[in-house]
Design a protein around this ligand. Sequence first.
Ligand code: PMV
Length: 330
Amino acid sequence: MKATARANANIALVKYWGKRDDELILPMNGSISVTLSGLNTVTTVEFNEKLRNDVFVLNGVEQKGDERKKLGNHLDLVREKAKIKWNARVESKNNFPTAAGLASSASGFAALSVAAAKAAHLELNEKELSILARMGSGSASRSIHGGFVEWQKGTKKDGSDSYAEQIAKPGHWENFRILTTIVSGKEKKVKSRAGMKQTVQTSPMYKGWLETVENDLENVRAGILKKNFSLVGETAEMNALKMHSTMLTTRPAIIYWEPETIEIMHAVQELREEGTECYFTIDAGPQVKVLCLQKNEAIVTARLGEITGLQKIVPCKVGGKAETISEHFF
Ligand code: PMV
């Protein structure tokens, strides 16, 4: 009863920020993302009757406390469905910094869901896998799929209509690039779970967020289908800034940006003024992802490379779906 899966991270072009149900992880608004090639989590899960409790090793370090509890809760969902009682050993590796706003929970819970379902011999379709992954971390619902992906907020109380579906395959937009910058490998101070809850409760801007997000979804969806880069980029950048304005106006204020974050935002604006089209987007952390087309990748990379304090630029194309693989960690 062992299986291994690999899932890619994703970056939202229209963000998920705020829940209407904390338990089932149901969002206040729909979201659209692009799956990233090359930023991934690989996870092996083995259910074993000899284990006295669940064991979780992340990037070579055994996890206790909250992380293990979250993992155990997620495995319980799989155990319930499969009607098994055995504990599991889970080993997981991210090929990028964990919990620094680089969507490790998205690829993490997507890989865990696919591996655990397979190890438990559950035959789940993509909709069921997306729902399972969503219950670990909202953004993980989208990492089940490759390409461009939309997570429907749904309206049902039980969450059965809140799952992600592919809008366009990875090959649909071959020259779309996402330059992921790493400015800080530090763990972020406010995790998105706590941050979004606090925002919904206290930010006076949150109402404006909800009022405008449907329009952003329409624009980004249409822009993807028509491969209209300006429409997708402009909407995504403004959507990220709107989300951050709700964070900044939360009590206590949530400021995810580091000095380098702001420098990159300025550099992107300057590049645009000089005629190189590119846009930025930022999640719940200091990292900036810069969107551009292949023809401008070199010039944007060179400009970003001039920023001191920027540790790394990882160029990503549009990535594929979560899959099981045959090599296990143990
Ligand atoms: O699913 P979580 O808890 O990792 O929250 C993700 C929130 C954002 O990354 C800020 C936005 C998004 O849609 O991915």
